[in-house]
Ligand binder design. Structure first.
Ligand SMILES: Nc1nc2c(ncn2[C@@H]2O[C@H](COP(=O)(O)OP(=O)(O)OP(=O)(O)O)[C@@H](O)[C@H]2O)c(=O)[nH]1
Length: 363
């Protein structure tokens, strides 16, 4: 298992936000917003482009404090591993030499990209994992074209499945009455991710830039799907959706097979660290690329702190979270993926707990 164990977290790692979303959904608009908002953070942006010409980088508002690194070497989903790692390591090196200053990184993926390999790079590449941590995957969904896009494109469903936060753009272009249908479709794929509603990239940025901390505190709530939608008003004024070349072909295909789905496992019994690690490792290997995300806060026997588990496909990171203090000790794990065998996974977790209870507690 590619895992960091609890306790090796002496140096704070730089948070990385992966910004994804289908072609034209509004990622660059949001990024511009993030870069110009007064949040007091220095953000290094990594842009990924399909071809040699970067359009997005030209569209981005440049500021003295930001560092834009362009990758003009093809699609993230096929060639990201080596290249993204190199770019991240180079940024860290330049920061260590005092040439750059930044507090966090935002990676904007191309519209067709699978965010899985991008997120995995942050866990897997040793030179990267030592310096960076994945804060969140943010997925932008177009209010106008979201439903047909989800129906037609597995990539779009995967992007929604991976998300820690879903950001619905272009709410100014649709009727408010149309939004619940989209919200339902998104929640069927990923009930874990709260939805924010945006117009021209306007949203509560503070909630987007420290998602991991926020989630660690909230993941233990009984129903992740009941996390509110941040109370954002989905919109009042409405125009109409512009024609969208790519989607026009699929505009009438609104049938959606919910092949990407999620489920949660909760327990108020402690896990044994060793058995849990074995199980998570076996699950990640067994499920392979069908497991998009697994996130959880766990009660592990003998640990005074919450144990935070994050998995992206085959990679699992285990870190120490906040001290339990007076918080009631319990565990919650959320799995999101394609056609996951939910019952079998729940059974194996239950068996892991039983076996843990049979073991003498070390120390
Ligand atoms: N009316 C309206 N237009 C928007 C909104 N957000 C984005 N747009 C427009 O939608 C188009 C695509 O937005 P981008 O931000 O470039 O989308 P993107 O996801 O970066 O696009 P790609 O890089 O091609 O995948 C642009 O013309 C934006 O001006 C919004 O909230 N309302």
């Amino acid at each position: 298992m590619n895992a960091r164990q609890p306790g090796d977290d002496a140096t704070p790692r730089t948070p990385v936000t992966v910004l994804t979303g289908f072609l034209g959904s509004g990622k660059t608009t949001l990024l511009n917003r993030i870069l110009t908002e007064r949040h007091g953070q220095r953000i290094a942006v990594i842009e990924n482009e399909f071809g040699p010409e970067s359009i997005d980088t030209d569209l981005l508002v440049r500021e003295a404090s930001e560092e834009i690194v362009e990758m003009s070497n093809g699609c993230l989903c096929c060639s990201v591993r080596g290249d993204l790692a190199r770019v991240l390591e180079d940024l860290a090196l330049r920061r260590a030499r005092g040439e750059l200053r930044f507090d966090r990184v935002v990676i904007e993926t191309t519209g067709m990209a699978d965010p899985g390999p991008v997120a995995q790079t942050i866990f897997l590449e040793p030179g990267v994992a030592a310096v960076y941590r994945l804060d969140a995957i943010l997925t932008v969904v177009d209010a106008c074209h979201g439903l047909p896009t989800l129906a037609a494109h597995p990539e779009a469903r995967a992007q929604v499945g991976y998300a820690d936060r879903l950001l619905v753009s272009k709410t100014d272009l649709v009727q408010a009455a149309d939004l619940p249908e989209l919200a339902d479709a998104l929640a069927r794929i990923n009930p874990r991710a709260p939805i924010s509603w945006m117009r021209q990239g306007r949203t509560h940025l503070d909630e987007l830039l420290d998602v991991a901390a926020f989630d660690a505190a909230s993941v233990l709530r009984e129903h992740a799907a009941e996390l509110d939608t941040h109370g954002n008003d989905p919109g009042h004024d409405h125009g109409s959706c512009p024609p969208h070349g790519h989607e026009a072909v699929h505009a009438h295909n609104t049938e959606h097979t919910p092949d990407v789905a999620s489920f949660a496992f909760t327990t108020d019994r402690p896990f044994d660290a060793g058995r849990l690690e074995q199980l998570l490792s076996a699950l990640a290997e067994g499920l392979g690329t069908d497991l998009y995300r697994c996130k959880g806060v766990l009660w592990v026997e003998g640990e005074a702190r919450q144990v935070v588990v994050q998995a992206v496909q085959l990679t699992i990171a285990v870190d120490r979270g906040a001290p339990w203090g007076t918080t009631p000790r319990r565990s919650k794990l959320v799995f999101i993926g394609r056609d996951l065998p939910a019952d079998a996974i729940r059974d194996s977790l239950a068996r892991c707990l039983e076996e843990s209870a049979d073991q003498p507690i070390p120390g």
